[in-house]
Design a protein around this ligand. Structure first.
Ligand code: SF4
Length: 376
């Protein structure tokens, strides 16, 4: 078992060029990758998408897990992953599925654009690549929903290419190993270069997973377990006593607030109007309770011009608040009964069947609120 650091001199040059202060960079880093791989062989996590030792990985499972794991945790993903592969065991099966089925199975994982791209990617691979994943980062990046990180993760884990997948976990480990004081997000390019310099040519797929495991189980955000870390002897932050403080981050501006009105639109028989959101943009392609655009200021009743139909719109008490990554949304809810409902575009759904649609969390809140405040 061995590993190597590519050109510590080059890394020192990178550090000088980027202005990053690296407390120390010992010769022991030479064997860091080897130590990490030896640790991984003993302590690797048993995950449902991971191939057992000495078995070739299944690129489909690697890809699916990496898309699911974006922005969420292993614990949250495991059950979804098992359900997906039980229902769609390979690319061809997923490519044949209806988008709505996929969105529905995705419900609760959030960031629905990922589910739409997952489906689009499966179709593209079957149609244009004979149902096989390309094994190079560049070709992977050309596929729907596969960005820099995911392409590197698939190339490394599924095809054992010496690609460097840098997510938040890896950024944290590298920032500590090299005691990088520059704040995120500005430090990202330098952390990426430092991480790339650590990637060995031997077993790069295992190495990528070892870094992920180390970040998730040992080099954790608040209280890193330096006492049992295989890289303790290489770690500049541990020597400097700054491990728990790194990586440093620029203080975030408060989340802005956006406002909108949701239209709880019913027929005389009680069925509720749902509408599909545009394919692009936030919650793209998801079903919704029709709403206005989400704006920076409250719009008042003039936005009733955006209502999906003519009705005597009445405000409901209270409202719904939902936090997205980049803003908080405050939705008022108005209700109205539409008599001339046959001319209205959308899907009329009995209340008892609303659960059959892939409604995002914010719209589920609207439904709960509206049902709690509906007369009768
Ligand atoms: S020694 Fe501590 S801070 Fe350094 S990499 Fe290991 S767990 Fe992280």
């Amino acid at each position: 078992m061995h590993g190597r650091l590519d050109g510590p001199e080059k890394q020192r040059t990178d550090i000088r060029r980027t202005g990053i202060r690296c407390v120390n960079q010992s010769a022991g880093h030479q064997d860091a990758a080897g130590r990490l791989l030896a640790w991984y062989d003993r302590h690797r996590r048993d995950l449902p998408w991971r191939a057992p030792p000495f078995c070739p990985p299944d690129p489909y499972r690697v890809w699916l897990s990496e898309i699911m794991l974006q922005q969420t945790t292993v614990a949250a993903v495991e059950a979804y992953f098992r359900r997906f592969v039980a229902r769609w065991p390979n690319l061809e099966a997923l490519a044949r599925a209806e988008l709505d089925e996929v969105l529905h199975a995705w419900q609760g994982l959030g960031y629905y654009a990922r589910a739409r791209n997952l489906h689009k990617c499966a179709k593209t691979l079957v149609r244009e690549h004979g149902g096989r994943f390309p094994d190079r980062e560049e070709a992977l990046r050309a596929l729907p929903g596969i960005g820099v990180y995911t392409a590197a993760a698939i190339a490394a884990i599924a095809f054992d290419r010496p690609a460097t997948a840098v997510d938040g976990n890896v950024e944290r480990v590298v920032a500590r190993l090299f005691a990088v004081e520059q704040e995120l997000p500005r430090a990202k390019p330098a952390l990426r270069r430092l991480a790339a310099g650590l990637t060995p040519h031997a077993r790069p797929g295992d190495y990528a997973q070892a870094m992920m495991d180390l970040g998730a189980t040992v080099c954790t955000p608040k209280s890193p377990g330096c006492g049992y870390c295989p890289l303790a002897g290489d770690c500049a932050a541990l020597r400097a006593g700054t491990a728990a403080d790194l990586p440093r981050r620029e203080t975030r501006a408060a989340r802005p607030i956006r406002y909108g009105i949701a239209f709880w639109t019913t027929r005389p028989d009680g069925a509720v109007l749902l509408r599909r959101r545009p394919e692009s943009g936030l919650l793209g392609g998801m079903m919704e309770i029709p709403s206005t655009d989400w704006r920076d200021t409250r719009s008042g009743r003039r936005v009733l011009a955006d209502a999906p139909a003519q009705a005597d719109w009445q405000p409901m008490p209270g409202g719904v608040s939902h936090t997205f990554t980049h803003f908080r949304l405050e939705l008022e809810i108005v209700s109205g009964v539409v008599k001339d409902w046959r001319r209205v575009a959308g899907v009329w759904t009995p209340v008892a069947r609303l659960g059959e649609h892939a409604l995002p969390s914010v719209m589920k809140k609207v439904v709960r609120h509206a049902l709690a405040h509906s007369a009768g």
